[in-house]
Design a protein around this ligand. Structure first.
Ligand code: NAP
Length: 257
């Protein structure tokens, strides 16, 4: 594992703090020898990243709010200028209004629906499009999804529908970009206590179900997701695209009563 990403440059989008899945992925990529570029949404995240990365080799931070086409274009323009080519992108970004992550799905507002789709799904499409100018030597794009995109999970609501669209986008983008040797895959992570996850009502109850019922009788960690991301970013997975890999301690494989 130590040098599996040696000489590879990976862009990681979506670190908010040390609990973020994107941070677990960054640690795994760093350990695998990658050169890492981070993009962040706002000043608070930049400060968090500066602190987290103070022990890392060379660190590169770029601002990118994915609701802005200009910022996405600017991000890849700057990466092109400073690095020329990169080899992989981790898209670990999602958002829905807290009040829409509880109760009945039919109460979702038009604006809340659009917002969740824009930040959590369309951003991957726009990123993949503009990333083509820096993935000119092929590459691997990895995004994060959740089981609520496959089945109706209580309270996940508008985010579950966004994850279904995200998983479908992975397949369409894989079909488009395969000709350029760019692979697109998702990781369906089990529940992990992060800032975003705690917006979902009843999130802690789901964690307890995991400890009792899933095959591995535990939840998963950010680093377990990170190690799978390293696999998907590396040439070890060179024959895989359009895939969704579950890192969920086996939850997706069983029927729960
Ligand atoms: P997190 O630490 O809160 O990360 C979410 C990230 O998305 C934050 O850095 C957030 O930035 C960023 N973001 C939101 N809106 C953005 C925008 N407009 N532009 C740029 N960045 C934006 O939570 P996480 O759990 O690690 O989430 C990462 C991914 O994993 C998400 O796709 C999530 O759905 C998925 N996932 C999570 C779990 C889980 O249980 N935690 C399970 C399966 C899948 P701000 O902090 O500035 O808002």
């Amino acid at each position: 594992m130590k040098s599996i990403l040696k000489d590879k440059t990976i862009l990681i989008m979506g670190v908010a703090n040390k609990w973020s899945i994107a941070w677990g992925i960054a640690e795994s990529c760093f350990e695998a020898g990658a050169n890492i570029i981070f993009s962040y949404q706002g000043e608070r995240n930049r400060q968090a990243l500066e602190k987290l990365t103070s022990n890392m080799r060379s660190v590169h931070l770029y601002k990118c709010d994915v609701t802005s086409d200009e910022e996405i274009i600017d991000l890849f323009g700057q990466i092109k200028e400073n690095f020329g080519i990169i080899n992989g992108i981790v898209h670990s970004i999602a958002f829905a209004k807290r009040e829409e992550l509880e109760g009945a799905y039919y109460n979702t507002s038009r604006q809340g629906y659009h917002l969740a789709q824009d930040i959590s799904v369309y951003s991957l499409v726009a990123v993949a499009n503009h990333a083509r100018k820096v993935l000119t030597d092929g590459g691997s794009i990895v995004t994060l999804t959740y089981f609520g995109g496959e089945k109706a999970v209580p309270n996940y609501n508008v985010m579950g529908v966004a994850k279904s669209a995200l998983e479908s986008s992975v397949r369409y983008l894989a079909a488009d970009l395969g000709v350029d040797a760019i692979r697109v895959n998702s990781i369906s992570a089990g529940p992990i206590k992060t800032l975003a996850a705690q917006g979902v009502k009843g999130f802690n109850d789901i964690l307890h179900i995991y400890e009792d019922k899933v095959p591995l009788k535990r939840t998963v960690t950010q680093r377990e997701v990170g190690d799978t991301a390293v696999f998907l970013l590396s040439r070890m997975s060179r024959g895989i695209t359009g895939e969704n890999i579950h890192v969920d301690a086996g939850y997706h494989a069983i029927g729960l009563l």
